[in-house]
Design a protein around this ligand. Structure first.
Ligand SMILES: [Zn+2]
Length: 401
């Protein structure tokens, strides 16, 4: 394991060539690049682009089928149908959740992800078993990945009596945030569902991260309700909503009013390029002051055969889908997989390319952020806490920078 004092000849996003000095796992100085001999204390990056490591704002470590032979996808038409199919798929798998989750975290780290937020299913079947597995994985991978865990009621809360108490218990057992799922579409009770979610958040002082597939005016109504409750609970900046397809389906006036409410409440939106459904309009939401960030969501699981945990590829898919082409737009799309999810996860001054931040970095075979986004170079070096991770892929031999 290489732990140099200086990462030399790094190209920053603004084009500067610098030497990054590292002490005790943190960036201790950023100085203009100097010529010097490479050695165990001085690792020369050859002018490659160095950026803060990727942050995956939304993934499901407990659901992945990685570690098993490729599984044929079993389709379902509604969220409820797919929940039932997933139950059947995950029951009696020969590879335990801990092992599958560990395999996925390792793969994500290889691509350059240094922090992630994972949802974990809590229901009356699983109880807290998947949570306990992920808590063990979190400890085991601490040197390569920071993990936040959301207690997620995949089976609904009110339609699966007993889940509300389990969610409360999950927070006491170590989950960091409380989740939710389609208050109308799954539980048919917006108030009842959100009372439980916000009640747990207020009781335990934790943030909230809700899955919302509900479309059209209904979904927009739910988003505005979530925004109003966020302000009432004083949880501004600590609530995120995943998918929010309604922002892509609804009429323009509805979307504008909802975006304004989300911005005022500092509710962030997660998107992941979900296929032939309507995505939240990233540029428009950004203009309204809403933080939109990226996550992998499902990776090789009962919900999707796609996904590999590469946040650079994820950001490219989002940019491609949303027609992002200028350097400024490409750079913003890149931020959706780096600084924006870092802010949503509350990583604060620990994250970033600045003196005092943790040396959690990725070096890429590229000369600029827009180039990196469109090219998705496989040549990468991943640095976590100042250590070069051996399992990351290597740089291309032929390139010069
Ligand atoms: Zn999800």
């Amino acid at each position: 394991m290489t732990t140099p004092d200086i990462f030399a000849n790094c190209r920053l996003a603004d084009g500067r060539r610098v030497d990054l000095h590292v002490a005790k796992g943190r960036i201790s100085d950023i100085l203009p690049a100097e010529v010097g001999p490479a050695g165990p204390d001085r690792f020369d990056l050859g002018g490659r682009l160095v950026v803060p490591g990727f942050v995956d704002g939304h993934v499901h470590l407990d659901k992945t089928l990685l570690g098993l032979p490729f599984q044929a996808h079993r389709p379902g038409d509604t969220v409820a149908e797919r929940i039932a199919i997933e139950k059947a798929v995950l029951r009696d798998l020969p590879v335990p959740v801990e092992q599958r989750a560990h395999a996925l975290v390792t793969q994500m780290s290889r691509f350059g992800t240094v922090a992630l937020r994972s949802h974990v299913d809590i229901d009356t079947d699983w109880g807290l078993s998947n949570l306990h597995a992920l808590l063990r994985v979190r400890e085991a991978v601490r040197a390569i990945m920071d993990i936040q865990i959301v207690a997620f009621p995949q089976n609904g809360i009110l339609r699966d009596p007993g889940t509300a108490a389990l969610l409360d218990e999950a927070i006491r057992a170590g989950a960091d945030l409380i989740g939710g799922l389609d208050p109308a579409g799954i539980d048919s009770d917006i108030k009842g569902h959100l009372d439980v979610v916000f009640g747990i958040a207020e009781r335990h002082g934790v943030g909230i991260d809700i899955h919302l597939h509900d479309a059209g005016a209904l979904g927009c109504f739910e988003l505005r309700d979530i925004a109003a409750r966020t302000i009432a609970a004083g949880l501004q900046g600590r609530v995120a909503v995943a998918h929010a397809f309604a922002l892509g389906y609804s009429d323009q006036a509805d979307v504008d009013a909802t975006a304004e409410a989300l911005a005022r409440a500092e509710v962030a939106i997660m998107t992941n390029e979900p296929g032939p459904v309507s995505m939240p309009p990233v540029a428009r939401l950004r203009a309204a002051g809403v933080t939109v960030f990226a996550g992998s969501d499902n990776i090789r699981d009962a919900w999707s055969p796609y996904g590999n945990g590469d946040m650079l590829e994820r950001a490219m898919l989002i940019g491609y889908r949303q027609g992002m082409k200028t350097d400024a737009d490409l750079s913003h799309t890149f931020a959706m997989a780096t600084t924006l999810p870092a802010r949503v996860l509350g990583l604060g001054g620990d994250y970033g390319l600045a003196v005092g931040a943790r040396a959690d970095l990725v070096a890429l075979d590229a000369t600029s952020v827009p180039e990196a986004l469109v090219a998705r170079p496989s040549g990468r070096m991943v640095i976590k806490g100042g250590r070069v991770l051996d399992h990351a892929s290597s740089f291309s031999e032929s390139a010069s920078y």
